[in-house]
Design a binder for this molecule. Structure first.
Ligand code: BGC
Length: 463
């Protein structure tokens, strides 16, 4: 069978391509929006809406895709997402005005949201337990690569009106390339073996597992029988999300909200504006600041990819929370105590430290964990809920950041004090609520959760 010849690395890279489009479509607009604004004569509110419409589409896309992926499989829906990416990217490239651009951005958002709900579960279900951390981190690595490519595309196409098409049209249209690659990838990628077992397609699942585990020294038949055992458990359907899987829902939603509330996208989307407004940087420096952030973000995520299976997830999260709290807490204090001129360089350094803290921990682990902590039966819906929480959190922070910055007279110390507060809260959340998933198979994680809920029920009954 052809899929046996696909290398595991190829499968994970292509499987994670949705992350690249996620990063690209959210990152590209910072450079393209001023150009679109001028070209279409838009006001600030309209431009703001072009930026945030992707986030609205993503929340809806993330929420609606989960139950479909439990029903029709991860692969078919990845294919659907890739088609939406192609349609959305082409529609954005050729948009003729505000309304058509908004429609294109909402379609793209829908695709991004779907990919962000599908990919974590898909990667987790394909990976073997010892490497699931790194393989799942591939999604975040692709996100950061997508952001970096978006900045590169902004730089490359700015002021180049090729073949009679404006620069911003090429910027948005360049997303067509990874979209088509994802489309082809989704045709040749294998379906998730866990989904196949859940649907009773045991032979196909065995075939996929033998292909994936060839040469890894792992026993695909033992894995298959463990998955079968889980698939044969009595099922409560969606009700499971409010019964024994409720802790997973709470952890997923809180992880995702906190990931956004520590303010990462105030930096990814708005940092150039912060430096222009707050520290008097020239407009022309803005794109280089973005590129610098993109490079640090990508390289630190590469480090995360290397270490993810060497330390417990909780240890890494805790490390990230502490680094972020110290970095942006100090940044906030400095910006309230030093002059603007004195604060500029330390702020840049502290932001780099903060990105390091985020990129090695909360960036990848939140996406990794939402693929790990839900039971097989409702994994698609569970990751949907987690992913939607991320997009809603993202929308809230993006809407309020500039307002908050203005409220503090463009002093970044203000918004960053709020983010530092949430980074501090995240320390306790990790210590008291996050489960450890490293080194366990998805089936072991699920059995543990079921056992815990049984013990709880028995204790409650005997009290
Ligand atoms: C977050 C995105 C963010 C990106 C930055 C992701 O994990 O969900 O909102 O833009 O990391 O690298």
């Amino acid at each position: 069978m052809q899929r046996r010849h696909l290398s595991t690395f190829f499968i994970f890279v292509f499987g994670a391509l949705g992350g690249l489009l996620f990063g690209f479509d959210t990152g590209i607009i910072s450079g393209a929006s001023p150009l679109i604004e001028a070209n279409f004569n838009l006001n600030v509110e309209q431009t703001g809406f072009i930026v945030s419409s992707v986030l609205i589409g993503s929340s809806i896309g993330a929420l609606s895709i989960g139950s479909l992926s439990d029903k029709y499989g991860r692969k078919k829906l990845l294919l659907l997402a890739s088609i939406l990416f192609i349609i959305g990217s082409a529609a954005a490239m050729f948009a003729q005005g505000f309304i058509s651009m908004i429609i294109a951005r909402i379609i793209l958002g829908f695709a991004v949201g779907s990919a962000s709900a599908l990919t974590p579960a898909y990667l987790a279900e394909l990976a073997d337990a010892p490497h699931r951390g790194s393989l799942g981190t591939m999604f975040q690595l692709m996100i950061t690569l997508g952001i970096l490519l978006a900045y590169a595309s902004n730089l490359g196409f700015l002021h180049h009106n090729l073949l009679g098409l404006r620069d911003w049209r090429w910027m948005l249209g360049s997303a067509l390339i990874p979209s088509v690659i994802l489309f082809v990838g989704s045709i040749v990628l294998p379906e998730s073996p866990r989904y196949l077992v859940e649907k009773g397609k045991i032979d196909e699942a065995r075939d996929v597992l033998h292909g994936l585990r060839a040469g890894t020294g792992e026993d695909p038949d033992k894995e298959l029988s463990d998955i079968q055992e889980i698939a044969n458990q009595p099922k409560g359907g969606l009700k499971e999300l409010v019964t024994f899987a409720r802790p997973a829902v709470i952890v997923a939603v809180c992880l995702m909200f906190l990931q956004q509330l520590v303010g990462i996208n105030s930096i990814i989307y708005f940092l150039p504006q912060v430096f222009i407004k707050g520290f008097g940087f020239a407009e022309s420096d803005a794109i280089w600041i973005s590129v610098g952030i993109g490079v640090v973000n990508f390289l630190c995520t590469l480090l995360a990819y290397k270490i993810m299976d060497k330390f417990n997830r909780k240890t890494i999260l805790l490390f990230g929370s502490i680094v972020m709290t110290i970095a942006i807490g100090t940044l906030s204090v400095l910006n309230f105590t030093l002059s603007v001129k004195q604060a500029a360089v330390p702020t840049m350094i502290l932001i780099a430290v903060y990105i390091f803290g985020f990129a090695v921990s909360w960036g990848p682990i939140c996406w990794l964990m939402i693929g790990e902590i839900f039971p097989l039966n409702v994994r698609g819906v569970g990751t949907s809920i987690g992913s939607a929480a991320n997009w809603i959190g993202n929308f809230i922070v993006s809407q309020f950041f500039l307002v908050l910055l203005a409220a503090f007279n463009n002093n970044v110390g203000g918004p960053f004090a709020v983010f530092a507060f949430f980074a501090f809260i995240s320390i306790f959340f990790v210590i008291y609520m996050v489960p450890e998933t490293r080194g366990k198979t998805l089936e072991e994680i699920e059995l543990e959760m079921r056992a815990k809920s049984k013990t709880k029920a028995t204790t409650n009954q005997s009290n």
